[in-house]
Write a protein that binds this ligand. Sequence first.
Ligand code: ATP
Ligand code: LTN
Length: 331
Amino acid sequence: MDKKKVVYSGIQPTGCLTLGNYIGAVSNWLTMQDEYDCLFSIADLHALTVRQVPADFRKTALRFFAQYLAMGLDPKKSILYFQSHVPQHAELTWILNCFTYVGEASRMTQFKDKSQKHLDNVNMGLMDYPVLMAADILLYQSDLVPVGGDQKQHLELTRDIAMRFNNLYSPTFVVPEAYIPKQGAKICSLADPTAKMSKSDPDANATISIIDSPEEIINKIKRAVTDSEPHVAYSEDKPGISNLLTIFSAVTGRGIDSLADEYRDKGYAAFKSAVGEAVVEKLRPVRAEFERLSADKDYLMSVAREGAERAQRIAYKTLAKVYRKVGLVER
Ligand code: ATP
Ligand code: LTN
């Protein structure tokens, strides 16, 4: 029998998981669980590239883990773990650093954006971020990496590093492919529909958290920025309405065209309330399961421990191979 393809992805535990993360990333992970060997991490080491308050950070990371499970990631099907529990991530990063040029790392859009945003803390980790991401992916010989469109450039860099290493030594890493969904690849902010919905956005009205209450969801969508032309349609000059149509389509599984036709002349208020209801229904079970799991920290930690052990066994093999290839003396 053919070996199943390996799928890897992760999310940094900062802020609250948003509808953007859910539609753009996690919903794809859910469908991939049945077909592939999947690993999904809480990318906590990545989150340290911006300043975190330790006690809050710890809580947020654990809440994210509970949210992973609540959204339907299943420890019986996939390996779910905290990145920091598997030391090989940091170890491989060091090696890969020596195969990554400062020029290419400093060209990354996310590095440039985040440097601008955190002018007082442009640390080495911020620049090294994509190399740690490459280590995450390459450690498990991943074939496919499901991410939103914003991570495409990091995937290109991962591929370049893998090919460079393979060419210098001998085939060592699988060269991974990005898996970027066409629809819902980018969910936009409700406050500024030209910017992406981002979980670290300080404006709570700009994002929908996957554990917001039904009232919060309905209200935020009601207040979402739109234009003043009255027809519901999907077009470039109507970014607010187009974004809501994208969300509506993603949570109902219906086509954008059919939704736009149905609501074209019904007015924005009716349209927004239908979108709000649909989002509430989609997230209702997630929120309930999150509440249930949050009360059972022992269970969460046992899942995390088992995930880290399984991940380490795979990561160790790749790292040993890499150490041998670059000529380090065997332990
Ligand atoms: P931050 O605000 O902390 O940078 P973020 O919301 O952009 O966070 P990430 O941790 O960078 O989230 O991304 C997690 C995953 O969710 C990635 O695969 C990313 O591509 C995807 N994603 C994030 N925001 C969106 C969005 N608005 N639309 C679609 N996918 C998204
Ligand atoms: N940088 C990613 C999160 C992430 C990731 C990964 C995604 C960390 N490691 C490995 C895919 C594979 C982001 O989405 N911001």
